[in-house]
Design a protein around this ligand. Structure first.
Ligand code: BG6
Length: 481
């Protein structure tokens, strides 16, 4: 494993007490703890900090047990080996709290102890890595105990399970926190290649003039996963692919892809433009949605044997504004599929005049495409037609490729969670979703949630149920072509 160098010349964040709710969950183990460790190695954590893992009494750990739990998580998932001085520095800043518990091991006492040890001027950060139904209770507890002062909270997705629950959650938050303290996280917004869409579009004159209905025929956002539900049966069966991936990650990617140029990259203008896209996103029509379930899903641990939860979803979405009217956005994601990718395809229209002999045939099969592979480290590919060498003017498919890995130094890479955790500590909300945007997305989702399309079986290792092809016809999914 390559050693990363500390990233220099970045502003240091204020001193922090960081509390992670749901510390025994998959997310804390896979992403949050390893991410915080990497930030520490990279020199990006505050000068003084405490990380308090928090769990219910039946999952309580001693501080020693918590350190060893964090060590195992770092061994398995961190990009740096947890060893030597680097690990010792991080480990000594770990503590554990039980909630609910009013004694010395409880949350209130643990936060007070950490603040006393760190000294004055400490900011509190609560990461709520817990399911939507548990969130309101924690927010209320923080408010009632006065732990909301000088604090920021990170709320994990999905934010609510529908419009009503998202509104209730927003109301509960508003009661105890100011919107400037709230960070609704969607880790796709922290991915290098998603942020690079902003650079691609607005720092270049090469692409942006084409980025509209006059030139674009369709857009695909395709995130198939070979991964199954990985021991998350109970959570997944209540959530499904739509809530887990579409109303969250895929819609956020769509927002960045489709937005107008913001006046700056700061939080208000950036989020205003993304929210305008959501405002014009047409409520989903269940007839334009295919829901699938992989064969064998109902036998998974924690899953209802008669479950109708979708593990696959493909859909057509429409943005009714002057830039995108009439351009279909095809979205697809699912578990246990043939390959894992995170890919955007912008399919361009054909030229008006055909002056080349085999132009129509070649264009029909390949056409002009811009493909953004946003699975880290990411790449961009342009497909276009070129003259084949030889005496005839015959066209063939040509490709241009950009790979992050070959083009920039990787050593400064931050994984999506690392980037976003850092932004929270710096108080920058630009890459976090806003309450009005989230509520609008649940409004768009409502017709599908109320009248879900029928569930269709598909085999593990396939690309999903066959009718996903009808959603996109006469075009094709770039990945399964
Ligand atoms: C999570 C979903 O938010 O994102 C998972 O809950 C999914 O089901 C994951 O596998 C994909 O994210 P990543 O980090 O692999 O891009």
């Amino acid at each position: 494993m390559s050693k990363k160098q500390p990233i220099k010349d970045r502003p240091r964040t204020e001193n922090h007490v960081i509390v992670i709710f749901g510390i025994t969950g998959d997310l804390a183990r896979r992403k949050i703890l390893p991410g915080l460790f990497h930030l520490s190695v990279a020199g990006l954590l505050p000068e003084r900090y405490r990380i308090i893992g928090c769990a219910r009494p039946n999952k309580a750990m001693s501080e020693e047990e918590f350190r060893s739990y964090a060590y195992d998580a770092a061994c398995e998932f961190a990009s740096d080996n947890p060893e030597g001085e680097e690990w010792a520095t991080f480990a000594k800043n770990l503590a554990f709290a039980v909630d609910p518990d009013d004694g010395p091991n409880g949350l209130e006492a643990s936060v007070a102890r950490a603040e006393e040890e760190l000294g004055a001027g400490v900011r509190r950060l609560y990461h709520l890595a817990i399911p939507p139904d548990a969130m309101r209770g924690v927010i209320k507890l923080l408010g009632l105990k006065g732990l909301n002062k000088n604090a920021r909270i990170i709320c994990e997705k999905p934010f609510g399970v529908d419009l009503a629950s998202a509104k209730e959650l927003n109301r509960e938050i508003e009661e105890y926190f100011d919107e400037s303290q709230v960070f609704r996280i969607d880790h796709f917004l922290g991915k290098e290649s998603i942020d690079n869409i902003l650079a691609l579009r607005f720092a270049n004159e090469l692409f942006e003039p084409l980025w509209r209905r006059n030139h674009v025929r369709y857009v695909q956002i395709d995130v198939p996963e070979t991964l199954s539900i990985e021991g998350r049966g109970v959570f997944y069966d209540q959530t499904g692919a739509f809530r887990d991936m579409v109303v969250t990650h895929l819609f956020q990617v769509l927002g960045i892809l489709a937005m107008e140029q913001p006046t700056s990259l700061t939080a208000r203008p950036l989020r205003d433009e993304v929210n305008k896209v959501f405002e014009t996103l047409r409520p989903l029509d269940p007839r334009e949605v295919v829901r699938g379930q992989f064969v064998g899903y109902q036998d998974e641990n924690g899953v209802d044997p008669k479950s109708t939860t979708e593990t696959f979803i493909a859909m057509r979405a429409w943005i009714d504004n002057s830039r995108w009217k009439g351009v279909p956005f095809f979205l697809r994601t699912g578990k246990c599929l043939a390959e894992s990718h995170q890919m955007i395809t912008i399919g361009l229209r054909e030229p008006v005049m055909e002056i080349f002999p085999n132009e129509a045939t070649v264009a029909e099969h390949t056409g002009n495409k811009l493909i953004i592979d946003f699975k880290d480290p990411g790449s961009i590919h342009a497909h276009f037609l070129a003259k084949q060498p030889g005496p005839e003017m015959t066209l063939g498919l040509a490709k241009m490729h950009f790979h992050y890995r070959d083009s920039f130094q990787e050593k400064n890479n931050l994984e999506a969670y690392e980037r976003l955790l850092l932004e929270v500590m710096l108080g920058n909300q630009a890459l976090f979703t806003r309450s009005d945007g989230i509520e609008r997305l649940w409004e768009v989702a409502a017709p599908l949630l109320e009248h879900p399309s029928p569930i269709e079986p598909y085999d593990r290792g396939s690309w999903g149920p066959p009718s996903m092809e009808t959603i996109i016809a006469p075009d094709h999914w770039t990945l399964s072509e």
